[in-house]
Write a protein that binds this ligand. Sequence first.
Ligand code: PLP
Length: 367
Amino acid sequence: MRQRLFLSPPEMGGNELGYVEEVFASNYIAPLGDFVNQFEHTMRHYTGTSHALALSSGTAAIHLALRVAGVGAGDIVLASSFTFIGSVAPILYQNALPVFIDCDESWNLSPTLLKTAIMALDKPPKALILTHLYGQCAKLDEILAICNEEHIVLIEDAAESLGAFYNDQSTGTFGDFGVFSFNGNKIITTGGGGMLIGKHEEAIEHARFLSTQAREPFPYYAHNTYGYNYRMSNVLAAIGVGQMEVLESRVQKRREIFSWYQEALGDIEGLEFMPELPNTKGNRWLTTARLPQGANPLEIVKHFEAYNIETRPLWKPMHMQPLFANATRFVDGSSESLFAHGICLPSGGAMERKDVQAVAQILREAL
Ligand SMILES: Cc1ncc(COP(=O)(O)O)c(C=O)c1O
């Protein structure tokens, strides 16, 4: 059997181990250290934002954004329905009420349904968590205009979209907050980790305070409120600094892999890749496609398993999850249809053209 081909395995750039050795030599294993500062600095510079906070996960970053935005019990938080659970579980941590919005032809949140929701709700929403799915930019101009007009805090879930740019501006920098993930399957990884970025210094500093157990500045432990243990370790930040050195080449490679898939599968009638909006450059974290009518993604995933190749159906929308059976939703069938017909293809940066061609051949066979 061939060596397993994963959807998106970690890929080190080369300098990470040396940086981790520096951490060991300094014994600043924890709690923080220079690499955490350097990782935050690099992220500020790369995205063009003014404030960044390295954390233990992307989920933690979304949680802190909600808490700092003042989202509490009974508040309404709008969110993309077509996303991963980590994007929206923090709404529950705050005892707030998720309201799910469907996607449109962009596969990302529909500004039209967003407007419909705001008009229909009997209480103004506090925040919107907007996912840039699979590394492709959502309709930021329209969505941002709505949030500004309605005074809704915008949290961009850019967990999958580091390296994606909308009008030459990094995703994550349009909203009040932006969130990145360095989970093992992301375009760059620290093994596990996240980053919260934002324009408002006070908000990010408040998040920093909450991320280390809300310790008041006294020589003893003093607390006026509760916080979390959400900070990133110096060891993982060292990996992150090494990964940032290769981010741009990783984006280029994933886009190249996507173009190879386009070349190899583009002639199949009814097969549609996730689109890229005009004036945007996605990172093509994963190559994803809607399959022709009649194809069953679950069968196709099974077919690939026989070749030891990992593929996956598209995200199951949040409004379809039993966990959210009672949540309000504004949906029109778009994400349900993508879930029923779509697939994620192996997209790891180490793939060569021949690997993509082999995957394409197996997909044809399965169809
Ligand atoms: C869209 C999206 N949001 C949030 C997360 C959560 O990030 P993490 O796994 O770092 O907590 C992920 C990925 O894991 C994600 O894909």
